[in-house]
Design a protein around this ligand. Structure first.
Ligand code: ZN
Length: 139
């Protein structure tokens, strides 16, 4: 069995954003040479997410609006977590809702997606360097 590991670093210039990382993961799969197996992609930070959905117009703004309703960034004082002096209590909750990781089947050397599926990185406390782990196992 082959095993491949890579960290994808991103610095998102805003507090929150969603970026499509599908092509970066496909590049990892090419580098790995693995044709049949599993590909895990996870955020390595507790205030960021990796998830799969469509890259559809409006959807990312809908996520932003929905998450802000569930866990508004302000007022910062509404979160007990922020009593530590941090201001990212909302980001921890947003990450919990949007998830930590995805696993995609690898078939014939390609990510075996359903229709319209793509991989996204969700940032909820950006403006610093953060990592996504790609781990691919198979043959
Ligand atoms: Zn925190």
């Amino acid at each position: 069995m082959k095993s491949y590991r890579k960290e994808l670093w991103h610095t998102i210039p805003t507090r929150r954003a969603f970026i499509n990382i599908t092509s970066q993961v496909e590049e990892c799969l090419r580098e790995s040479g693995i044709r049949e197996g599993l590909c895990l992609v996870n955020a390595m930070h507790i205030t960021a997410s990796v998830f799969i959905n469509d890259d559809e117009h409006g959807l990312h703004q809908d996520y932003e609006d929905w998450l802000e309703q569930l866990a508004p960034h302000e007022p910062i004082g509404r979160y007990r977590h922020n009593l530590t002096g941090e201001d990212n209590g909302d980001a921890h909750l947003k990450r919990q809702v949007m998830g930590r990781e995805v696993v995609v089947a690898v078939t014939g050397g390609r990510l075996d997606f359903g229709p319209w599926e793509q991989i996204f990185y969700g940032e909820f406390d950006g403006r610093r360097r953060k990592r996504v782990l790609v781990k691919i196992i198979g043959e």
